[in-house]
Design a protein around this ligand. Structure first.
Ligand code: NAP
Length: 302
């Protein structure tokens, strides 16, 4: 293997330690801790699992954590008034509504009802706009893209002036990571190209990338020969390609594959993220960072 492996789990642990130090200091100096509410509607097993991980991480950091589970029958107006309640609650700095919501509820309406200053997911149009404007306007970066930036920065790869190619233009990964790396700021200042299904020659663009971020959701989309020698490859894709029995638990688990052919790509790239264990662990970590940031704004110390 020639590439340096960017281990998301190690970087996650490093950042969580840093956050804990800050949380303890703020608690000592200001007598408050970050408050996060997670609203879960229904009993979708995947959603329960995501919410449980978020709650566990928040509790380990010493956050005030409210787990607000609601029946799948909840009416849209009831959910809106719940959000209104948390918008007005000064001990809550972050509001997270676990998606997807049941079909009878308008997801957009619910997400837009969250106070943008408590929108720790960073998806509210006001926060999307703030990111687009850049500079001091930026409040919360969406979690997965913020995690990607952190992985690149902490790997030691130079972002300033780099040719970045992002494959994928979704609102949750592609567009925001392109915007983040384009910022006139530290850990950014890149020249960014965004590719998608209508891009004429995907191989051509990938081949000239110093930093290649792939978020397409297509297993093995990026071929090893498309990777520039020494490039930093961030594979965001999480694709279930089969099942296996876990050696640890003896239970059936999904076999996950990224959008990049890892085994061959690692011989060409300079830096590469594995799947799983690369980008994945960063999302919740960045949610925690955003919640702490929200408290710091609230205290006027951000
Ligand atoms: P998405 O909404 O489905 O968007 C996929 C994007 O990739 C679209 O912009 C699409 O182009 C583009 N694309 C698809 N096939 C392509 C191809 N053959 N050539 C060029 N572009 C192509 O997906 P997403 O939500 O951004 O997620 C992408 C992947 O990241 C998924 O595997 C997802 O599971 C994973 N993910 C991981 C994390 C995490 O680890 N924490 C978080 C979020 C997502 P068009 O716009 O033209 O359709």
């Amino acid at each position: 293997m020639t590439a340096k492996l960017i281990k998301g789990t190690e970087i996650r642990d490093e950042i969580l330690k840093e956050l804990k130090v800050e949380v303890d200091k703020i608690k000592e100096e200001h007598g408050v801790v970050p408050g996060l509410v997670t609203i879960l509607v229904g009993e979708d097993p995947a959603s329960i699992s995501y919410v449980t991980s978020k709650i566990r991480t928040a509790q380990n950091l010493g956050y005030k954590e409210i787990q607000d589970n609601q029946s799948v029958e909840i009416k849209e107006e009831e959910l809106l008034s719940l959000i209104d309640k948390y918008n007005k609650d000064d001990s809550i700095h972050g509001i997270l509504v676990q998606l997807p919501l049941p079909k009878h509820i308008d997801e957009k309406k619910i997400l837009n009802a969250i106070d943008p200053d408590k929108d720790v997911d960073g998806f509210h149009p006001v926060n999307v706009g703030r990111l687009m404007i850049g500079g001091g306007e930026v409040k919360f970066l969406p979690c997965t893209p913020a995690g990607i930036q952190e992985l690149i920065v902490r790997s030691g790869m130079e972002i300033e002036g780099a040719e970045v190619v992002v494959v994928g233009r979704s609102n949750i990964v592609g567009k925001p990571i392109a915007n983040i790396l384009l910022q006139k700021a530290k850990g950014a200042n890149a020249t960014v190209t965004v590719a998608h299904t209508r891009t004429k020659d995907l191989a051509f663009h990938c081949k000239r990338a110093d930093i290649l971020v792939v978020a397409a959701g297509v297993p093995g989309l990026v071929k090893p020969e498309w990777i520039k020698p020494g490039a930093c490859v961030i594979d965001v894709g999480v694709n279930r390609v089969g099942e296996k029995i876990s050696e640890k638990t003896g239970k059936k688990i999904a076999i996950l594959k990224g959008d990049v052919d890892f085994d061959e790509a690692k011989e060409i790239a300079g830096y590469i993220t594995p799947v799983p264990g690369g980008v994945g662990p960063m999302t919740i970590t960045m949610l925690m960072r955003n919640t702490l940031r929200s408290l710091k704004f609230h205290l006027g110390i951000a």
